[in-house]
Design a protein around this ligand. Structure first.
Ligand SMILES: C[S@@+](CC[C@H](N)C(=O)[O-])C[C@H]1O[C@@H](n2cnc3c(N)ncnc32)[C@H](O)[C@@H]1O
Length: 271
């Protein structure tokens, strides 16, 4: 059965507001891998498990046509509202049944998503839809982010680790794929032209308010909120207060830098 932890309308609107776009470092790695294998102009890209579309629209400048798909109708509704690019469309459907023809896709991406899918079925579907020499890119940020601000980064990151510890009991078993750097998923990809980068560091500037919003997009926070709403909301409030106190500021508009350690799996189907 599909893992449906992202169905709520409120969760989807948090996504739209607080999910960040994939950082430049990740984009550069993906597009140089693709450029080395496929001639330009690039035709068709599909972003699977696209959520509210932040990971989909980055493909728009590089491909003639882009499709974002997600199993959650609420996420797709938000994606359609938020992004009106002429070459991008969105569709609600499972990753294991992508609504496109055989051998039609030049690049298939999944950002912070592949670990939720039925991996064997999904990889078969990827093989069906990719063109010969078509590429795949599965990537995700990993746990243990760092929050940097002036000379108090150590203390700030400690607070973030406390949050991760509180949320740990709500972590879905599928998140083990992320913790192990997509090792099993990488092994299961049936192509020889493939590589796995385990720790791509990205540094994303965001306001403290956005950090608090990001925490609330985590599936484990949503599960915590469902199980113990008061405790969950209190955790957000006290965490924010701790951050403000450490930073010595009063405004949540104050900018910090979130360091993420990402896994990126790249592969190309044989000719
Ligand atoms: C953590 S979110 C990532 C969203 C987006 N790619 C991003 O980076 O912001 C994971 C997404 O995968 C979707 N998802 C989970 N299982 C799925 C499946 N079997 N088929 C398609 N989408 C799925 C969820 O609905 C959710 O929107």
């Amino acid at each position: 059965m599909a893992t449906q932890l992202f169905e709520g309308k409120e969760h989807a609107s948090y996504y739209q507001k607080y999910r960040f776009s994939p950082p430049q470092e990740i984009k550069d790695l993906i597009f140089s891998f693709v450029d080395e294998r496929i001639k330009k102009p690039h035709g068709f890209a599909v972003d699977v498990g696209c959520g509210t579309g932040q990971s989909t629209i980055i493909l728009a400048p590089f491909f003639e046509k882009v499709l974002g798909t997600d199993i959650s109708a609420a996420q797709i509704e938000e994606a359609k509202k938020a992004h009106g690019l002429p070459n991008v469309t969105f569709s609600a459907c499972p990753a294991e049944e992508v609504p496109v023809g055989d051998a039609s896709v030049d690049l298939l991406t999944a950002c912070a998503a592949v670990h939720w899918f039925n991996i064997p079925k999904f990889l078969k579907e990827v093989d069906r839809v990719l063109k010969p020499r078509g590429c795949l890119a599965f990537y995700s940020y990993r746990p243990h982010m760092e929050v940097h601000y002036k000379d108090c980064s150590e203390e700030m990151s400690k607070v973030f680790r406390e949050v991760e510890k509180i949320l740990a009991p709500y972590q879905h078993e599928k998140v083990h794929h992320v913790k192990t750097g997509y090792e099993e998923i990488f092994e299961a990809i049936p192509y020889t032209d493939k590589k796995r980068l385990e720790k791509v560091v990205t540094k994303i500037p965001m306001s403290l308010a956005a950090v608090m919003g990001l925490i609330q997009t985590f599936s484990m926070y949503q599960l915590f909120l469902g199980a113990e709403p008061e405790k969950a909301q209190k955790m957000v409030q006290t965490t924010q207060e701790k951050f403000l106190q450490i930073m010595g500021v009063t405004s949540t508009d104050t900018e910090v830098e979130v360091w993420m350690f990402n896994v990126l799996v790249l592969a190309a189907k044989p000719q």
